[in-house]
Design a protein around this ligand. Structure first.
Ligand SMILES: Nc1ncnc2c1ncn2[C@@H]1O[C@H](COP(=O)(O)OP(=O)(O)OP(=O)(O)O)[C@@H](O)[C@H]1O
Ligand SMILES: [Mg+2]
Length: 264
């Protein structure tokens, strides 16, 4: 197994950034199994004001998941600083607990926060219909499709109540129709109950439809090669000329370095 680079002192002082996110000159490197240095991120400076949605796109392996773990405090940077309010991560893989029902999985953060099982489950179960999961509250993860599992994991993330959400490809396993529905649902949920969001996606269109700002990363080590402001009114349609224009700019910035991003 590769090991994380632990030898250097960590220069960053983790501090709160109100309800927003601020990364300044962040670098992160790992040592592989043979001890060679692998630089995942370099000189990344990004900012999300409270209530903003920052989308991050970039080729596979450019450090996007690492970036979210840094924001959540699950890793520390080797260079630079990360400031963020308490944040929750929805990891790229759903990591549902196979022995719990869907409702109990969704209610996990509420249970950890001390809510009794019945009340936690009832609160989570009440949101199942909105997620297109009604009737599956009692199902176990093995009985759910990949997309359904991802929606349960998403619900669990929202119910954590944290002010900052880090979402790693949250809709990656969903079919196109469900994906579009979930994007609409997320946009309206955030309007009802604003949170600061860092969203990693390979879908440039999704980034432009949902985000206030889109950061495009280079291949590893990931650097910010373009930052697009998306100052468009919501709700946004994929077919809006302005959305199509910004999508084109992001894809040009990616420059065909990522087959997944270019295909999105
Ligand atoms: N704990 C670790 N130990 C060693 N190397 C790591 C570790 N975590 C990540 N890496 C390496 O850092 C680089 C960035 O990984 P990361 O998972 O952040 O990429 P990513 O942009 O999320 O990729 P993808 O789009 O495929 O999910 C990769 O080369 C990966 O092998
Ligand atoms: Mg990743």
């Amino acid at each position: 197994m590769p090991t994380q680079l632990q030898s250097r002192p960590r220069p960053s002082q983790r501090r709160s950034e109100g309800d927003g996110i601020a990364l300044q000159g962040v670098g992160r490197a790992f040592r592989d199994r043979r001890g060679a240095l692998l630089r995942a991120l370099s000189g990344v400076s990004l900012h999300a004001a409270p209530g903003e949605l920052l989308a991050v796109v970039g080729p596979s392996g450019c450090g996007k998941s690492t970036l979210l773990e840094l924001i959540c405090g699950l890793q520390s940077p080797d260079e630079g600083s990360v400031a963020c309010a308490p944040a929750v991560l929805m990891p790229q893989r759903d990591l549902l607990l196979p022995w719990l029902s869907a409702a109990d999985n969704a209610a996990l953060a509420l249970r950890v926060a001390g809510l009794p099982r019945g009340r936690a489950r009832a609160r989570a179960a009440a949101l199942f219909a909105e997620m297109g999961l009604d009737g599956f509250q009692g199902a176990h993860p093995s009985e759910l499709s990949g997309g359904m599992r991802q929606r349960v994991a998403f619900l669990r993330t929202l119910l954590s109540g944290k002010r900052v959400l880090c979402l790693d490809e949250p809709f990656g396993a969903l079919d196109a129709i469900t994906r579009a529905e979930m994007q609409e649902w997320l946009a309206s949920a955030l309007q009802r109950e604003p949170r600061t969001v860092a969203l990693v996606t390979h879908d440039v269109e999704e980034a432009v439809v949902l985000a206030d700002r889109v950061a495009v990363l280079s291949p590893r080590p990931g650097r910010v090669i373009e930052e697009l402001e998306v100052a468009l009114p919501r709700p946004r349609a994929r077919t809006d000329a302005a959305v199509i224009g910004l999508r084109g700019r992001a894809l040009r910035a990616l420059g065909g370095t990522s087959s997944t991003a270019a295909a999105a």
